[in-house]
Ligand binder design. Structure first.
Ligand code: CTP
Length: 384
């Protein structure tokens, strides 16, 4: 996946880096840690050595060229938590310990995730240094608002590990979607029978959210229109929530004119009750539901597509490939991802990717791998 060097400085949020390393290792990253001497007073080096499977560096004790070797090894260099002291040293080119010296010897993408007391963070000298870093192309992962270790409430909490993982992926990904605006729909709609009952399906939203992740890592500006989902939301992406197919239609039509690429991954209900009762239906007799067709949003978009790239999904129990080819044409799509029904709500993802040129069969263990594959094929469509 990638080689991440993490510089840990002496702040209480140092303990949060332990969990971050576990997530990065789970995602296939190789991780090495440099600690400032003061950081070792917060977390023992043995903790980071166990979590990374690598020796922790804090000085030149064994290797006088450690700063050069580490700088060459790293594909991404993250300083987290970054105290205002280290932040200011980096901004001013000071190299007075192994961590700051390695920063000076490093040429790749540098990420700093500051964590501090609000007053210290807002200090004009610190803000000036932050500005300097940003202007120099350093990616500053802004701290969050919350209750801080000093028991004050304010801005200064270390960014969540989900946000940090996002920016690491962003830093190492190609930027094939820079300048592209992508609208993704995902999740399940609910069609209400009465205020508490509805018709819906098992879509989790995981593939749509994975596509949002991968495309924003690759530089796209992404907006997600999501129905109901159980998957974890992607960080740093705008998510517009809707409940029914009608609400989804309204929001999608509004955002459509903004988008260059539209990926209609939502499991939109094909039917809704003809009438929604305003009060809860009593169980004093049998009930017949009269269902009517919902509007086909994707078909509507196909009719007004212009130069946009439009991608649909198909979920079928039989004749998967033939039906997908038919839908590609009927709905005026550039690509359709056809899945057998067993993929819904499952981690695994398989099916066919169909374009006007032909089709490819695919099968992946995770939705994120699948999203990378689909994103790659969209990038090819854009450049063709
Ligand atoms: N879709 C939509 N609006 C609907 C229903 C579906 O925009 N009211 C979109 C889905 O987001 C998906 C695609 O249409 O991208 C395929 O949906 P699917 O249910 O597989 O096919 P249908 O077009 O509904 O056709 P059929 O029910 O005949 O299989």
């Amino acid at each position: 996946m990638g080689r991440v060097l993490i510089g840990v400085t002496g702040g209480i949020a140092a303990y949060k880096v332990c969990d971050l390393i576990r997530d990065l290792r789970r995602d296939g990253f190789e991780v090495r840690v440099i600690m400032t001497p003061f950081a070792e007073r917060f977390v023992g080096r043995i903790t980071f050595e166990t979590l990374t499977g690598n020796r922790v560096h804090s000085d030149w004790e064994e290797d006088p060229l450690a700063h050069i070797d580490l700088a060459r090894w790293a594909e991404v260099f993250l300083v987290a938590p970054c105290t205002v002291n280290t932040l200011s040293k980096i901004a001013n080119g000071i190299g007075d310990n192994l961590l700051t010296t390695t920063v000076l010897a490093y040429e790749g993408p540098l990420l700093v995730a500051p964590a501090a007391n609000t007053v210290m963070y807002k200090n004009p000298a610190v803000q000036e240094n932050l500005k300097k870093l940003r202007e120099r192309g350093v990616l500053v992962i802004d701290p969050e608002w919350g209750v801080l270790a000093c028991e004050e409430e304010g801005e200064g909490k270390l960014a969540s590990k989900e946000r940090i993982v996002h920016w690491i992926n962003y830093a190492i990904s190609p930027k094939r979607f820079r300048g592209k605006r992508v609208l993704i729909t995902c999740g399940a709609t609910r069609e209400y029978i009465d205020p508490v009952r509805f018709i819906s399906n098992e879509a989790s939203g995981e593939l749509g959210f994975s596509l949002a992740r991968v495309l924003s890592w690759e530089g796209a500006e992404v907006k997600v229109v999501a129905g109901f989902t159980t998957a974890e939301e992607p960080p740093e992406v705008e998510i517009l929530r809707v409940r029914t197919s009608e609400e989804m239609r309204e929001v999608v039509l509004k955002v459509f004119s903004w988008a260059d690429v539209v990926i209609m991954n939502a499991a939109v209900s094909d039917f809704r009750p003809k009438e929604t009762k305003s009060s809860k239906i009593k169980k004093d007799r049998d009930l017949n539901l009269h269902l009517e067709r919902t509007e086909d949003i994707l078909k509507d978009l196909g009719a007004r597509k212009g130069s946009r790239i439009l991608i649909g999904f198909a979920l079928e129990t039989e004749n998967l490939l033939d039906n997908a080819k038919k839908k590609l044409k009927e709905k005026n799509l550039d690509m359709i991802v056809a899945n057998p029904v067993d993929v819904i709500g499952s981690g695994h993802h398989r099916g066919y990717l169909v374009t006007k040129e032909g089709y490819e069969e695919f099968s992946f263990e995770t939705k994120i791998e699948s999203a990378r594959f689909i994103a790659d094929r969209i990038a090819r469509l854009i450049s063709s």
